[in-house]
Design a protein around this ligand. Sequence first.
Ligand SMILES: Cc1ncc(COP(=O)(O)O)c(C=O)c1O
Length: 431
Amino acid sequence: MKNTAFSRSPQLMSETFLDGFIEPYFKNRHIYMDAVRMHGSPLYILEPDILVNRAIQFRKAFSRSLTWVKCFFAVKSNNLPLVSRLLIKQGYGLDVSSGVELNIALSLGADDIIFSGPGKTVDELELALANASTVTVLLDSIGELERLAALARKNRIKIRAGIRLNNNPDGLWRKFGIPLDALDMCYEMSKKEKYLDFCGLQFHSSWNLNALKQADFIQILGSKLKRMPKAYLESLKFIDIGGGYWPPQGEWLISDQPLEHLHLPADSINHFAEALVGSIREHILNLTDCDIYLEPGRWICNDAMHILITAIDRKEEDLVIADGGTNMVGWERFESDYFPVLNLSNPSNTETPFMILGSLCTPHDVWGYTCFGKDIQEGDILMIPTQGAYTYSLRQHFIKPLPSVVPLRRVMVDEQPYEYSVAMMPQPEDE
Ligand SMILES: Cc1ncc(COP(=O)(O)O)c(C=O)c1O
């Protein structure tokens, strides 16, 4: 889950920036504390309004200057069915990467699903074929193309297919997609396959703080497409430029000083859209008037889910054990990433060194090395905000049970907007 290739140098995070970030969570702390009182601790909190706002904002950024844009939420970034359900209601399609995710999408009634990812099994391809009216398969290799073609022929089912292009042949990224040079060969093969409706192309690059990498590949793709036959260009119905948009607050990392945090700023989504739409217009839409697909994950769900835990054992003046462990996030996130831990029970805008560790029987179970709180006492409720992306989906059945998710609903109270109340909505297990 780590970004190891920075396109910008980290800078020290300013206190003002951090103050602005934590302020709304302290302001609404009674709502989050009520959720713990009602539903117990530890807990995931989902804020549907934030999710929906992000979805609207993201689409607006691109659809302002492109007519045919379709957004597909990358289910892997947060696989809580309610998240996908809310996004489907906003007109999003779903981007799935396995049979498990495809089954989630189908059970939610998604009517536009793209299935991408390497190493699709025969069972997964058959599931896609059985749902060919709603699924488009993005093929990751020539072998996969042959496997899907054979199954489609055998079952006499026609299915939409696209090719995933490799946009980074270095190291571990080689595993994704088909090299651009192989596009001619794919086209020749596709002409012989009457059960495969080849109608699109996809590429994806991860962890972009700005649009440079994606815009560069759009240019490279444009020069390749220029040399493809006219009939091929006419058969293209979509070009999918993937996900990988870093949320506007940027990437935050710990440093060797507990009170100094590193910050890699990210461009706003309007800046991403401006650069990408410019590149698409210049290099793609002059050749084909296909639709543009986008597959955002992190940008949509990052800010919409938080983690609440409770201090249960204050072992030292500056060390506390919480009831929740980092099996809730599934990886040792906070040994490298920085996120403020807020003491909702005893808040303070001053950050203090304090080791906040989880209750798993491993030293790598770290929530943070500092706290925004006057102190931490046993029973205090702690919040780690904005943990919606690549945490819930990676949660592990490891040592401790998995906590529930509680969705919050924004309501009007005494004509005051933006108050919250805990909404009793079904838990994921019930869905
Ligand atoms: C093919 C594909 N599309 C979309 C995404 C979503 O990326 P992000 O969550 O960074 O937007 C991923 C993430 O790995 C991906 O592999």
